[in-house]
Ligand binder design. Structure first.
Ligand code: SF4
Length: 456
């Protein structure tokens, strides 16, 4: 089962696959050491990064994430405002608190090594951790793969088909199966997803966690609208959300306001989140950090502009978006390193389109149509972040993904749900397009805008 809470995770920026995933992996490795050999037997840990992680480690915050994970922190727990000082302290002292319990020597140069020559077979985003005794002998080693959206797997989990899971009332792998379930049960996609969530959580827990996710999403928009200055990383990208917000607020009293102003609000919400993400702030992975602005922006649009919005409708929006996201994750990918940006921004836009269509009263067929339209019109989109930073094109791209999601939901609601291209066909097309895409367009910052725009 891919839970709504797997797809929407509270974490920190700037990247789910390069920040959240590596932090989780490092934390898991330390926990495994603690449970098996004990942290007292460890004198040093060396981490090797492969593929996209090696190429864009600095810009995507991977080094920071590994240090925090080794120090015992998880993405949802770490305070983004403390991170800079924590990393500075490790660098200054040449030592980190392994698992948060004991000091261990650590230097970036010797203990965190990008390997740009080799690729691990399982996935481009690979990490190998090696633990050494105080005398220098190898104690154990393990590889982890950050497969997108903050998900992390090992070879053993991959070989056993995952970590297992509970028996679900409704099993669906493809949109056709999900639609059949909706037809035979008379339930919406949100209700099908909720029934599956009920296997592990009570309704009160589901609602409380969904509301927390919504609150973190909205808090991120609000904080992004208050911040100004230059984003970190050296590209000198100026934050824009505060200025756009001020302009929109100032125009509220005007007699004549452009009809397209609502699109500026949608863009503002997305840009605010992605600027926070680029600055390493608190965001909800949705379903990745690079695409974290789209689902909150469309939900905020619904809250501010759609009379159909309510707390329950917002919960159904997230559950429906998760059902759509699980179809994409099961059959293609939500990882830019696997299929390019179509898998990140395209997936988020499809999830938001489906969610909004449901929130506005669409049938399951119209929801499927909305998701299909949004994903279809992101097909082929490459991942080519300048300087390996999740800033250009990522921030504006979220604004477009959010607006496209609303267009897709609206178009689908103008029809009756029947359409020529199915969501399953578009997901399969995205998978094949991703396979054909050159590695330089898959989050390596080796092609596209990343090589045609000067990064200084
Ligand atoms: S270009 Fe798209 S996939 Fe690549 S880092 Fe930016 S948002 Fe993510």
């Amino acid at each position: 089962m891919i839970s709504v809470f797997d797809l929407f995770k509270i974490g920190i920026g700037p990247s789910s696959s390069h920040t959240v995933g590596p932090m989780v992996a490092a934390h898991r490795f330390v926990a495994m050491l603690n449970d098996t050999v004990g942290l007292g037997r460890i004198g040093r840990i060396k981490t090797e990064l492969f593929g996209s992680l090696a190429w864009t480690a600095k810009g995507h915050g991977t080094e920071t994430a590994i240090l925090l994970g080794l120090s015992g922190y998880l993405p949802a727990e770490v305070d983004p405002d403390q991170v800079e000082e924590m990393i500075a302290s490790i660098t200054r002292n040449g030592s980190l608190e392994l698992g948060g319990v004991r000091a261990m020597p650590f230097t970036l140069e010797d203990d965190l090594v990008p390997n740009k020559k080799e690729l691990m077979k399982r996935h481009s985003n690979a990490m190998r951790f090696q633990a050494f005794s105080p005398e220098g002998g190898l104690v154990t080693e393990k590889a982890y793969y950050s497969i997108g959206g903050g998900f992390v797997v090992t070879d053993e989990e991959e070989a056993s088909g995952g970590t297992g899971g509970p028996d679900l009332p409704y099993k669906f792998t493809h949109a056709t199966e999900l639609l059949d379930l909706c037809r035979t049960t008379g339930k919406t996609m949100a209700q099908v997803q909720r029934d599956n969530e009920r296997v592990t959580k009570s309704d009160d827990e589901i609602n409380a966690t969904l509301d927390k996710i919504r609150d973190v999403m909205f808090a991120c928009i609000d904080r992004g609208c208050r911040q100004e200055g230059i984003l970190p990383g050296g590209l000198k990208v100026k934050r824009r959300a505060k200025s756009i917000h001020a302009q929109l607020e100032a125009s509220k009293g005007a007699n004549i306001r452009p009809a397209h102003e609502v699109m500026d609000y949608i863009s503002l919400y997305a840009i605010a989140v992605n600027e926070e993400n680029a600055a390493g702030g608190r965001v909800v992975t949705a379903p990745t950090n690079g695409a974290a602005g789209i689902i909150p922006a469309v939900l905020r649009y619904a809250k501010e502009f759609c009379p159909e919005y309510s707390i329950d409708a917002g919960r159904d929006y997230l559950l429906t978006a998760a059902a759509v996201g699980s179809l994409i994750k099961q059959n293609a990918s939500i990882s830019g390193a696997e299929v390019g940006c179509q898998g990140e921004v395209g997936s988020a836009s499809a999830m938001a389109a489906g969610g909004l269509c449901a929130l506005l009263g669409g049938t399951p067929e119209q929801v499927e149509n909305a998701a299909e339209i949004a994903l279809e019109h992101h097909l082929g989109m490459t991942c080519d972040p300048i300087g390996g930073l999740v800033q250009i094109p990522c921030i504006e791209r979220n604004a477009f993904g959010a607006n496209k999601a609303i267009v897709a939901a609206s178009l689908s609601l103008r029809g009756d749900g029947t359409h020529r291209v199915s969501l399953d066909e578009v997901i399969e097309t995205m998978r094949q397009t991703g396979l054909d895409m050159l590695v330089k367009y898959k989050e390596t910052a080796q092609g596209g805008l990343a090589v045609n725009v000067a990064d200084c």
